[in-house]
Design a protein around this ligand. Structure first.
Ligand code: BOM
Length: 141
């Protein structure tokens, strides 16, 4: 659900500042991670892909090939309040997006495509959070 996704985003987003330097993602492109879900934020920058890889690695959410680690992602989402209602769906949506871009060899370029696909599909599935919902739970993490 969107409520659970707001918790996941708030927690995941805390890793952004640790990853800014090595990813090269400027504050002009993305100031705060929760803006990822804004209607007018375009998920297109290669540096965002690099940042998502770096952030995911802080929580061991990727395999060595920079694809999602299904078990770890499932467990990560399940660790949030009511996480079990989202974990399976989230893993399914991300994996479906990964399959669409599997031939892309640059990890950062590929992951930003996967993230853009995930944003579209999460909205369609009704599990995308409003930025205000994320801001409401930021202080918990
Ligand atoms: O193949 C690479 C898999 C990358 C997984 C992350 C894609 C989505 C990241 C952008 C949105 C994040 C929102 C919440 C955290 C989900 C882990």
């Amino acid at each position: 659900t969107a409520e659970v996704m707001s918790h996941v985003t708030a927690h995941f987003g805390k890793a952004l500042e640790e990853c800014r330097e090595e990813s090269g993602l400027s504050a002009e492109v993305l100031e705060e991670f929760q803006h990822f879900w804004r209607e007018d934020f375009e998920v297109v920058h290669r540096e965002l892909g690099c940042a998502i890889i770096c952030m995911s690695n802080k929580f061991s959410l990727l395999q060595d090939d920079s694809r999602m680690h299904h078990v770890n992602m499932h467990d990560y989402v399940k660790s949030f309040p009511n996480g079990h209602v989202l974990s399976e769906k989230l893993v399914e949506l991300i994996h479906n997006c990964e399959k669409k871009y599997d031939t892309m060899t640059d990890d950062c370029d590929r992951v930003v495509k996967v993230a853009a696909c995930f944003k579209v599909d999460a909205k369609a599935a009704g599990i995308a959070p409003e930025v205000t919902m994320i801001e409401a739970v930021m202080e918990k993490y």
